[in-house]
Design a protein around this ligand. Sequence first.
Ligand SMILES: [Zn+2]
Ligand SMILES: [Zn+2]
Length: 351
Amino acid sequence: MKLFKCTHCGEPIYFENTRCTQCEYPLGFVAEQLELLPLVAESTDTFRVYNQGETLYRYCANHQYGVCNWVVEDGKSRYCEACTLNRTIPNLSKPAYLQRWKVIETAKHRLIYSLRRMKLPVIGRSIDPERGLSFDFLADGTQKRIRTGHMRGLITINIVEADDIEREMTRQKMDEPYRTVLGHFRHEIGHYYWDRLIRNSDRIDQYRELFGDERQSYKDSLRNHYEQGPPAGWNLNYISAYASAHPWEDWAETWAHYLHILDTLETAYEFGLSVQFQPVMDSMSLMQEEKIDPYDPENFKTLMDLWGPLSFAMNNLNRSMGHPDLYPFVIPPGVLEKLSFIHQICYQARK
Ligand SMILES: [Zn+2]
Ligand SMILES: [Zn+2]
C-alpha cells in the first residue's frame, strides 16, 4: 500500500481515514489517481479536491454507514468502484452486523486498491452478467450455513469471518498459521482471475504442469483433504496445507501470497525500508539507497530478494512485541516457481 499524505497540511494519513488528523479536512479516496485527498465542501454533499481544479465529487453512498471513504464524480454512479461490486450486504438492523461489515469493507477496499495498482481488469456484473465480479456478504441462518467461496465471478464471504474470536477459533480448528479477512479476499479473487486469465487460455498447459490437472473431481479432492489431511511432505510443494487439496485451491492460495508479498513490499518501499542480506558481513542491514517499487521489476527473483530478508526482519519485529509472526510461512522452491508464473501472468496482464 502507498503511503498517503494530506496534500493540504502534509500529515501522513491512513488509507481508511475519513478526516485528516492534523488539519481536519475531510478526506476522500480518488480511485483514478490512487490518492487519498483532502476535500473542500462545495455544497452539503459535493466537494472539490483541495488545490486540484473544479471537478465535483460526492462520497460513495456507503460513506453514510462509515464503511467507505471513496469518492465518485458528481452525477456519475451512487457507489464507488469498490462498492458497486456489492450484490448483497449484511442486515444492518443488527448492530453487530454493521460492525462486521466495516471489517469486511476495509479488507475489500484494500483488495480493490491492489487490483487497480496491478492494472488487472475488474469487470463487474453490469458488464458481464454471467461471470462479472460481485460480492455477497452473508450471515449464517438458522437453517443454512454460508460457505466463503467463489462461483462464476460471485465471491461470497461469511461475515462471521469479521469476528476476531470466531475467526481465531476457526484458524485453530483448521490448524492454519494465518487467517485474515484480507487473506480471504486475496484467495477468492485468485479463483476469479484463474477464470479470466488461465481458463481457455494458452497458459493452461503450463498451469497444469506447475499446479496439477484441475479436471480431477473438485468435490472428491476436497472431501479427501478434509478426511485424510494433506499428503506427507506437502510443505515441499505447497504454500499451505489447503493448497494441496486441489489445483484450483493451490492456485488461489499461491495467488493470495503473491498479493500479500506485493502489497507488503509496496508499503516497505513507500517508507524507504528494505532489508538486504550482505554476504560479506554475513548479516542483514537496513538499506536506504536501493529502492525498488515492487510493481516495476519483470524479474520475479528481484521481488523475492527483497521479500526474504524483509519478512524475516518483520517476523522478528513482531516477536519483539510478543505478536505472532507477520509472515508465518516458508516458501519452498516449488512454490517459488508457481509464484513466478503468477508474476509473469500479472506482469503481462498489466502492460
Ligand atoms: Zn491535513
Ligand atoms: Zn464505496
